[in-house]
Design a protein around this ligand. Sequence first.
Ligand SMILES: CSCCC(=O)C(=O)COP(=O)(O)O
Ligand code: ZN
Length: 204
Amino acid sequence: MTELNQLKQDVINIGKWVDAHNWCPATSGNLSARIDQQRILITVSGNAKGELTENDLMEVDSKGNPYNSDKKPSAETLLHALIYGHAQDARYIIHTHSVYGTVFSRAIWNGEIRFNNYEMQKAFRGVTSHEQEISVPVYGNNQDMMALGREIDTYLASNPSCPAFILAGHGIYSWGSTVAEAKRHSEAMEFLMECEYKSCLLLK
Ligand SMILES: CSCCC(=O)C(=O)COP(=O)(O)O
Ligand SMILES: [Zn+2]
């Protein structure tokens, strides 16, 4: 199998994985893989992530413009391009619209979520202790991708090893250098968001 075909298969399989967890209901979410420094493989806008075929994938350039394709890329392509631009070892990006990612972030809206004293923090690359705080930025949701992109760009420029961010009331972006790492970061974020939500119920 060529490297490009392998990437296509990886994205299709990640789509089945997020769908099995119900993290991308309806046609929500988007997925991508870095082909090389110039090209990104990304999901076409508006398709169910559990039923992706090669026709639901397309190439864009490093700025997010369609590359040899007349299909419409994900409406959030710019965010994928920004992540790949800053996180040089990111190879796969997973954007989910899970219930906990959506609901809990509405309580923060703009700022950050700090995860402390969860053993699960060790799922993130380079973290070896529950005492190593993980801070994940939360951005107010915005239909203006350029404006959202500017905020995210500023943060990633000074925090290039950040493994995830959250769009409030919208969903979670996670990434990694391999399929396994991107899925691990994504799953850890989903778990921690559910824990934080349930912790709030305990404190009521
Ligand atoms: C019902 S999903 C609304 C759009 C969105 O947030 C999303 O993740 C999917 O957009 P895309 O253009 O990638 O299909
Ligand atoms: Zn989205």
